[in-house]
Design a protein around this ligand. Structure first.
Ligand SMILES: [Zn+2]
Length: 249
């Protein structure tokens, strides 16, 4: 297994819906939604441009002040209010002390900045599919979780049916999404930076080619998808595992 670094290698060809970009720009996206959007924007100039045009200042504990830089035109500076500054500084200090798991290299800096510092992640292998995932963040108020998913060569994520939307951003490598593209073409290959939308009522089983690996960031709603393989046995196992995780939390 190779461990790629977050790197812009192409302009994505699949993008999030425009209304989602605007939600993000207005500061209305919840945390996991924001993080998955940050991952796409790292790779996508076109969407970053839309967000930059729409972004409005919102009260996040910072205030915007206009300052005159010596000898230059009027500039805009953001000054943190004292409590916000303390909070940010504590986070910076905590991050500096932590050695992130090796796999964190695939996450853009803007994504890492949104995560709680972690020295290890707990991976769940989806045997025998060749895929595994770890939970990076939870947003209980929205009922969402954020996963980092790894696909080995010639692997397939178990076929699952979407009850609720699923947002995926390819961080490195690629896979065949199993989702019919919006333009109706037969090519479902997605690559670094692409946004893959799991639409409610659809099912798919993303799969990598013989020489292809993939790292993917996914925002899912808890209970928002049902696995269809092994006559539901796998789902039962996953539900039991989820219940155990709930007890340990
Ligand atoms: Zn885009």
């Amino acid at each position: 297994m190779t461990l790629p670094h977050a790197e812009r290698v192409r302009e994505p060809s699949h993008h999030p819906p425009r209304e989602r970009l605007l939600r993000f720009a207005r500061g209305e996206a919840w945390r996991t939604e924001r993080i998955v959007m940050e991952a796409h924007l790292f790779h996508c100039d076109a969407c970053a441009g839309i967000v930059a045009n729409e972004r409005v200042p919102f009260d996040d504990g910072f205030r915007t002040g206009v300052v005159k830089a010596p000898g230059s035109a009027v500039g805009v500076a953001r000054a943190a209010t004292a409590p916000a500054f303390d909070l940010v500084w504590r986070k910076v200090e905590a991050r500096a002390r932590v050695r992130w798991p090796r796999e964190a290299a695939v996450l853009p800096p803007s994504v890492l900045a949104e995560l709680e510092p972690a020295e290890r992640w707990s991976w769940t292998p989806l045997w025998p599919s060749g895929t595994r995932f770890t939970v990076l963040a939870r947003e209980p108020a929205a009922g969402t979780e954020l996963y980092l998913v790894y696909y080995g060569k010639a692997s397939a994520f178990p076929r699952h049916h979407h009850l609720q939307p699923e947002d995926n951003v390819i961080l490195a490598g690629g896979y065949k999404s199993g989702v019919v593209p919006a333009d109706g073409s037969a090519d479902d290959q997605v690559l670094t930076g692409d946004w893959v939308l799991g639409v409610p009522g659809t099912s798919h089983s993303p799969r990598t080619g013989p020489e292809e690996e993939c790292w993917c960031l996914s925002q899912v709603f808890v209970g928002g998808s049902k696995l269809e393989t092994f006559h539901g046995k796998f789902q039962a196992w996953l539900d039991a595992w989820e219940a155990r995780r709930e007890r340990l939390r």
